[in-house]
Design a binder for this molecule. Structure first.
Ligand SMILES: [Zn+2]
Length: 346
């Protein structure tokens, strides 16, 4: 399987995040992608290539121009104030407040974010931009006939909505790739989000549309981030009604319960008759993940990959979360190897 990877992810390294009342070093750190890349090489998964630059146009198909302009220019505005630290929001237009766009940097940052979990540093725009190009380059490989490809994106993307950053995410790599498939002639794309956290950004981008089926298996938002989206009764709206399926699971869920949800999601993808499957591949479902509560073990990820392969569809894997850094490479590459092994026997 071809892997697309850019060293630019090192340009993004947030200093701290607020967790359980304390400022902690960011769990979303550069060594995550380094470990995955090392495992790809150790297992001889296939060639590793740098991304092609497709420019801003495919990003603008998913994200609003004002959001992209704000994100691209935010660090320069912050640096001009000579403050030493990451740019982090602290006020949001929640209920009772007005959704107005202020002129101040911090006002605008609150407007364009939904939490304080997406620090902007000097290199964040470039890292996120390159991650989107990684996803688009892997998408192109499938567009040109590959059965599968792995976009080793960092920072991740599935929490980012059309004009909102949050949850370590800035640009929605999976959504940008899904939209590119549609723009290049495909009629139906299914997204399977297996990250521990609900892909709220992806859901919101496609919620009113029938050309993208969104399915997500995740920690129940009653108890887990992002709390305010990801419930089972969110089925889509308007033309998108019936094209959104959430499988929220309780803390402590292991492979048996998780894989039953995967079977259900795969049934929906088969019923939909998708042309292409885009997998938002987070491996923070792992039993030793420091911020998550599921109990999947490393061999389970091989089975996950083989189940996805049995869909028989061209499949783009897009890296999302996973914070047990020592095991992230093993678990992510296990999914890809399980997919390839199953595909070879079909
Ligand atoms: Zn996650």
């Amino acid at each position: 399987m071809l892997t697309i990877y850019s060293d630019d992810h090192h340009l993004h390294h947030g200093r701290c995040e607020l967790m359980d009342g304390q400022l902690m070093p960011c769990f979303e750190m550069p060594s995550r992608a380094d470990h995955v890349l090392q495992r790809v090489r150790d297992r001889n998964l296939g060639p590793v290539q740098a991304p092609t630059d497709f420019g801003l146009a495919p990003l603008q198909r998913v994200h609003s121009r004002d959001y992209l302009d704000f994100f691209q220019g935010a660090w320069a505005r912050w640096a001009a104030s000579n403050l030493d630290g990451d740019l982090l929001p602290y006020t949001w237009p929640a209920r009772t407040l007005r959704r107005v766009l202020p002129s101040s940097l911090h006002g605008q940052l609150g407007y364009y974010s939904f939490d304080g979990g997406a620090p902007i540093t000097a290199g964040t725009w470039q890292a996120a931009y390159s991650a989107a190009q990684v996803a688009l380059t892997a998408q192109q490989a499938i567009q040109h006939g590959a059965h599968s490809a792995f976009a080793l994106c960092r920072p991740p993307g599935h929490h980012a909505a059309s004009d909102l950053m949050g949850g370590y995410c800035y640009l929605n790599n999976a959504a940008i790739a899904a939209q590119a498939f549609l723009d290049q002639g495909h009629a139906k794309v299914a997204i399977l989000d297996v990250d521990y956290h609900h892909g709220n950004g992806t859901q919101s981008i496609f919620y009113a549309r029938s050309d993208v089926l969104f399915t997500s298996i995740h920690g129940h938002p009653e108890a887990e981030f992002p709390f305010f989206l990801g419930y089972a009764d969110e089925l889509g709206e308007g033309a998108g009604e019936g094209f959104n399926f959430n499988y929220p699971l309780p803390a402590g869920s292991g492979w048996e319960r998780w894989s039953a949800a995967l079977d259900s999601a795969c049934d929906e993808i088969e019923r939909y008759a998708a042309d292409i499957v885009v997998v938002s591949l987070g491996v923070d479902t792992f039993k030793d993940d420091p911020i998550s509560q599921f109990k999947l073990d490393s061999p389970d990820y091989l089975v996950m990959g083989s189940r996805i392969a049995r869909l028989g569809k061209p499949t783009l894997f897009v890296m999302e979360g996973g914070y047990a850094v020592a095991e992230i490479g093993i678990n992510a590459v296990n999914v890809l190897e399980g997919f390839e092994t199953e595909g070879a026997t079909q």
